[in-house]
Design a protein around this ligand. Sequence first.
Ligand code: MLT
Ligand code: MN
Ligand code: ZN
Length: 305
Amino acid sequence: MKIHVLGAAAGGGFPQWNCNCNNCKGVREGSLRARRRTQSSIGVSAGDGRWTLVNASPDILQQFQNFAGSWPQGGLRGCGFESIVLVDAQIDHTTGLYMLREKGSPWPVWCTAPVHEDLTRGNPILHLLDHYCGVRHQPVSLAGECFHPEGAEALNWYPLPLVSAAPPYSPHRNNPVPGDNIGLEIEDPASGKRVFYAPGLAEIDEAVWAAMNRADCVMVDGTFWTDDEMIRLGLSKKRARDIGHLAQSGPGGMIEQLSRLPAHIRRVLIHINNTNPILNEDSPERAVLDAAGIEVAHDGMEIEL
Ligand code: MLT
Ligand code: MN
Ligand code: ZN
């Protein structure tokens, strides 16, 4: 199984267009050792050159231009990605669908019922796309059975309902329902290897903890360093937890939890917000991650399992 990180940043990307925080300013000016990152998306393949897209970010066109695996191969039109899986209905995970409208046939889009509802009501993007290439909704059930999205059907994909948050526009933003957010446990039956992917994760419950322990690599929520990061910077009144993200530092934080996993499991943070000090490769926070054996995903990162 191959995983290609198309975009490792959270919503807004890094640097964010209107942000003058130390990170965004520093990377813009070139005074900070940090990589730019586009918004949250990965590609998954069984290794045969065919791909499934997980999340369609607003930066998808740039991401595809930078990734040869997406390029058309023979024929006048084509794409290495054959279907799309959505882990939630957030703007940073779905807006790229508009950019992919030139496809000659409907995109298979795999998502849960609550995500489908948000994308046909609060943000009716799937209806709009009917006027272009169209979308074939492929239901992701939470009953426990695996699914096989086009492009990586040789892999077994298991959805896990997560404690996180529906988008601000969703009628159930404040009344979460199972399936608003899922994590993905993807298993390669050929190698027996598994990855657990959850870019938005507010709480590690028993089922998530079990999936993380079964994995050979976890790629999990790296949005914020502290729970009050946005409050401290005066950018928001909300805690990380309130908007569906478990912060890295502090008691019960992501670092503490990742450190309890068996040593052979590779740990990668993904969906990094532009305010997060770990983006600065010379920061003490980044040194804490290095010491804990925790990696920070970047655009173009490839993981082979
Ligand atoms: C999130 O992950 O919390 C959202 O994508 C935030 C956003 O809408 O940018
Ligand atoms: Mn997001
Ligand atoms: Zn910033």
